[in-house]
Design a protein around this ligand. Structure first.
Ligand SMILES: NC(=O)c1ccc[n+]([C@@H]2O[C@H](COP(=O)([O-])OP(=O)(O)OC[C@H]3O[C@@H](n4cnc5c(N)ncnc54)[C@H](O)[C@@H]3O)[C@@H](O)[C@H]2O)c1
Ligand SMILES: [Zn+2]
Ligand SMILES: [Zn+2]
Length: 361
């Protein structure tokens, strides 16, 4: 019998189990097996558990003719346990960061750093199309181009946010939104992704950062993380605050990090002429796109799936920053408490949770 490991597995809507699974093995020469040291749970994992991604089971059945559940998770750091014969950049014992986006590094899209559209089976696959990081061990495809070596002194709790939350906020929010020194920024949504936007926008020294969210606890945290102003759209008028802060002009960059028609509209109505609206939130429904009002404002509107092409840069940036990135980690669990970690994050608002850290070192 193959050795087993503890993992958090999705079987279908509302059916999440902590169970023993066989330890993964090398399948392709470009694979590595990583022993997970620190991992975390993403809102996307909650979305899967709520039935948002039925394609997970469909694709598994089409490929293998059976369905044995899927180990969730696409974030984590760990130690290389074993490498395939074609892996040259990593060896057993190396400490690595796992990216939420795997990439072959060679296809036309990877050559453009559009890793989220890797043509050779890369992109977001961990904890989705293949088993993920909420396990003691994970198989990572395209190891040479998808793993990052990490220094011994990198704080594990900061490192784990480099798998997804920080690159997503930075690339799709801050970079696409062209945040620049001295500008005014509105961030709608103060979940882990909105916080990733808030933290990484400060690398570019904007003048004002206004954060809007319905959760007052998260707004308090946003102030501690560098927001200059906060507003709860359920209680107060966002436009009135934006007008007060910007002298009636609107913001240079409005970043949507929720995924609802109402939050898109908040961004569209508060951006000033010549500004940017960057949509990071995943929208399940069409939005009211008022091209008749937007065209004459000369605004740039962007959106996309994270490429994780700035992960290496962020890895260096976080090592010498005073930004309170570690404060995103609100709850801590040992590996034996994997189920409790899931329950805590599942009820994040009640538990005042931002990111749960699960440690297996
Ligand atoms: N583009 C990408 O590559 C990418 C990657 C990861 C996540 N995402 C998406 O980013 C979004 C945010 O992710 P997250 O993990 O931070 O989610 P989250 O659910 O933890 O946070 C969303 C926040 O929005 C707030 N909110 C809800 N309704 C609101 C409203 N009407 N006005 C203002 N705030 C409101 C909530 O209180 C919450 O704090 C999700 O849609 C997620 O799917 C996109
Ligand atoms: Zn994620
Ligand atoms: Zn590729």
């Amino acid at each position: 019998m193959s050795p087993t490991m503890k993992a958090l597995t999705y079987y279908g809507e509302g059916d999440i189990r902590v169970e023993d699974r066989p330890k993964p093995t090398i399948l392709e020469p470009t694979d590595a097996i990583i022993r997970i040291q620190t991992t975390t749970i993403c809102g996307t994992d909650l979305g899967i558990s709520h039935g948002k991604n039925p394609e997970i089971e469909q694709v598994a059945r089409e490929k293998t003719g059976e369905w044995n559940g899927r180990i969730l998770g696409h974030e984590g750091i760990g130690v290389v346990e074993e490498v395939g014969s074609a892996v040259t950049n990593f060896a057993p014992g190396d400490k690595v960061l796992i990216s939420c986006i795997s990439r072959c590094g060679a296809c036309e899209n990877c050559q453009k750093q559009l890793y989220s559209h890797c043509l050779n089976g890369g992109s977001w696959i961990l904890g989705y199309m293949i088993d993920g990081t909420l396990a003691e061990y994970v198989r990572t495809p395209f190891a040479d181009t998808s793993l990052y070596p990490i220094p011994d002194d990198l704080d594990k709790e900061v490192g784990v946010f480099l798998s997804d939350a920080l690159p997503t906020g930075h690339e799709i929010g801050v970079q696409y939104g062209e945040v620049k020194p001295g500008t005014d920024v509105l961030i709608v949504g103060a979940g882990p992704v909105g916080m990733g936007v808030l933290l990484t926008s400060q690398f570019y020294s904007p003048a004002n950062i206004i954060v809007a969210d319905m959760d007052d606890n998260r707004l308090q945290m946003a102030l501690r993380m560098g927001a200059t102003h906060t507003v709860n759209p359920g209680k107060d008028d966002v436009k009135a605050l934006v007008d007060e802060v910007t002298g009636g002009r609107g913001v240079d960059t409005a970043i949507e990090a929720v995924g609802l028609p109402a939050t898109w509209e908040l961004c569209a109505e508060n951006v000033k002429e010549g500004g940017n609206v960057a949509v990071v939130g995943v929208h399940g429904k069409p939005v009211n796109f008022e091209l008749n009002k937007l065209w004459i404002k000369n605004v740039t509107i962007t959106t996309g799936l994270v490429n994780a092409n700035t992960t290496g840069m962020l890895l260096k940036a976080v090592q010498n920053t005073a930004l309170p990135i570690k404060a995103l980690a609100t709850h801590h669990f040992t590996w034996d408490q994997l189920g409790q970690a899931w329950e805590t994050f599942y009820n994040a608002e009640k538990n005042r949770a931002m990111k749960v850290i699960i440690d297996n070192s």
